[in-house]
Write a protein that binds this ligand. Structure first.
Ligand SMILES: [Zn+2]
Ligand SMILES: [Zn+2]
Length: 463
């Protein structure tokens, strides 16, 4: 069995791991994500790969690897590049829905099926259905390029929804749930003809489902794999803030606030949503969410235990002003219209009058909503996300603080990461009983050897 890395080496995210097993007559990619640092090297908000040039800008600037036999025939033809007869891989096996693992699936030949679980598929589908179509976001389906007739229906990508063990060619794969900051996250064990390989995906043990990660480690240990590809996003950090801490600290802040509470958290993280819903309930408040978030909660509540129906008494659906600004039905997209006339749909005017009864889930990009909400003095903004780590994010924090100062709002950062810190990674590595560990999804591969006695093998980026 051969393992090649086309991303995720000495960087966080962008995992594209090619497994080729000739005896088993199978080759699969484990994840096919985008690396944000690679992309940010050349691109930013106003400098983007040109959709009008199809795949070429992505290949030229090294955002996508130059590999024959994997990309969409329509994009290759458009770029005047040779089109393969058969794709050179049999499948992509997707660990979870985060874009640094899934995003570049949008460019893959639709003849390559994507294997993932139901929840991961539902996350990707909801995001695509509530977002604007763009060439880099067309994971579930895509429009053939060039788009000469916008009415032409999109091409559906083939997803094979799997849990547990299944086979691709002669290669057996086992997907095992882990705890992470998006529902449906999995690790994997690949049973090759001569090698057993485990893959962590992204994981932690300090979330509300930490037992899943411990169970994954136990399963890996039973197989004592030859190789364990293990993430190390936070191997240089010791902070062990848990989801329980987020609940406790947020409760304290909310209990001490008389005005409006704004909570800024990643909506894909249903665990964090559940935490803030609970905080709201325990403080006699209701959680107000935007329509796209209501859509997401409704779709995911079919699969994730404990998520409420969107008609739940503790939820309010916040109708933003759009288009003409008159709340007219035509200002809203087709998928939004079902939320317009619900019993628990509210507008800024309604919320302004009962600020002390509400936590509203809004991010920095929604800051102009504060103009309509008019937060009372003593209102508070809880940023429940990681600290800014690049220049652009730091500018955003400065701007956010200016908004909060303008409205006299307080600020708290209360967060628990989706990734295990150093000591927990040490536990995962030691208890895996792997014969060899390969650091991936980390900028600190040099720190692995201090955490366990297992031999560490550094991966090499293929090009
Ligand atoms: Zn990741
Ligand atoms: Zn992730």
């Amino acid at each position: 069995m051969e393992v090649k890395f086309y991303g995720g080496v000495n960087q966080i995210g962008g995992n594209k791991i090619l497994i080729r097993d000739r005896k088993a007559d199978a080759s699969v990619f484990l994840d096919f994500g985008m690396n944000f640092t690679d992309s940010a090297k050349y691109f930013e908000e106003f400098v983007q790969p040109r959709a009008s040039n199809g795949i070429v800008d992505f290949l030229e600037m090294g955002i996508l690897p130059r590999l024959d036999g994997i990309y969409r025939p329509d994009l290759l033809r458009f770029a005047r590049m040779p089109v393969h007869k058969e794709p050179m891989v049999d499948a992509v096996v997707l660990s979870h829905a985060h874009l640094d693992h899934s995003s570049h699936i949008a460019f893959l030949d639709e003849a390559i099926p994507v294997y993932c679980n139901r929840t991961t598929h539902a996350v990707l589908k909801s995001i695509q259905e509530t977002g604007r179509r763009s060439i880099g976001g067309e994971i579930i389906d895509f429009k053939n390029r060039p788009i000469l007739n916008s009415k032409e229906p999109p091409v559906e990508r083939k997803f094979v929804l799997q849990d547990g063990k299944f086979k691709i060619g002669g290669l057996e794969i086992e997907m095992i749930p882990v705890d992470h900051s998006v529902p449906g996250a999995t690790g994997m064990i690949i049973y090759g003809s001569d090698t057993t390989l485990a893959y962590s995906g992204d994981l932690r043990t300090h979330g509300t489902n930490g037992n899943l990660t411990r169970e994954f480690v136990r399963r890996v240990a039973q197989e004592s794999p030859d190789v364990f590809l293990c993430e190390g996003t936070r191997i240089d950090e010791t902070d062990r803030n848990s989801e329980t801490d987020v609940h406790a600290r947020s409760t304290k802040v909310v209990a001490g606030t008389k005005g409006l509470v704004v909570a800024d958290f990643a909506f894909k993280d249903t665990t964090r949503f559940a935490t803030f819903l609970q905080v709201a309930r325990e403080n006699d408040r209701r959680l107000a969410i935007e329509f796209k978030d209501a859509y997401y909660v409704r779709e995911l509540s079919k699969l994730v235990p404990g998520l409420p129906p969107i008609s739940d008494d503790s939820l309010l659906l916040y109708q933003e002003r759009k288009g003409t600004g008159t709340y007219g039905e035509r200002d809203y997209e087709g998928w939004e219209r079902e939320f317009l006339d619900r019993r628990n749909t509210v507008r800024a005017d309604d919320l302004r009058k009962r600020q002390a009864e509400v936590i509203i889930a809004l991010g920095f990009y929604d800051a102009p909503e504060l103009i309509d909400l008019k937060p009372a003095p003593g209102s508070v903004f809880i940023k429940s996300a990681s600290e800014a780590f690049n220049e652009e994010q730091k500018f955003d924090v400065t701007r956010l603080r200016a908004w909060l100062d303008h409205f006299g709002m307080g600020y708290d950062q209360i967060h628990a990461s989706g990734h295990a810190p150093r000591d927990d990674l040490g536990f995962v590595m030691r208890e895996s009983h792997a014969k060899k560990i390969v650091p991936i999804h980390t900028e600190h591969a040099d720190l692995y050897s201090a955490l366990c006695t297992t031999p560490i093998e550094q991966p090499v980026l293929s090009s």
